[in-house]
Design a protein around this ligand. Sequence first.
Ligand code: FE2
Length: 202
Amino acid sequence: MRHFRWSQENEVFLGQIDAEHRDLYRVAEEFEQAIKDNAPLAQRKAHLDSLVAHMQDYFCHEEWIMQSTSYPSYGWHKQQHETARRRLKLFAPLIENGEDEAADLFLEFLSGWLEDHTSVTDRMMGAYVRNYERANGSSAFAGWTGGADAAGSPAPPEPRPCPKTVQFCKTCGEQTTHEMRPGGVVCVKCVGRSVSAELDRD
Ligand SMILES: [Fe+2]
């Protein structure tokens, strides 16, 4: 069974994120091949280091974008990243010690996790970010300088305006401006009061 093959099923329709995903799939496949070939330990470790770096960069970039665009499901999405981070932290030392069973288990986990995460969780983020860019007329990627701090977290983003839409407010009984804030869409005329609204999904 081939574990890692990026396809259109994994596309999230954000050019930079899709490019990072394709890279991540590629380095994961190279790591898997090194394990299958029983490559020298130093070579396997180099592939693992590359995989770790790609995962950290990819998580950081997404988390930065979600924070900077006030993505309402940021916490839920980040929890999934944390699950992968914890698994990586647990397995990396074992893999570095040459324990092939640990490498197999980790690769099995990562292939399933990547499939589920990119095709559902990242796609939802992609739809929101595209809406954000349409509503604000600006790229959500502007301002990203890359990199993570020592703990693997992205540098906090500069605050940006909340995405705005004009829609019918049941409380006001008229078309009003709404802001997407963490936790929901808020009518600016009923400040502090959350109202349900359908996001403009693609
Ligand atoms: Fe993600």
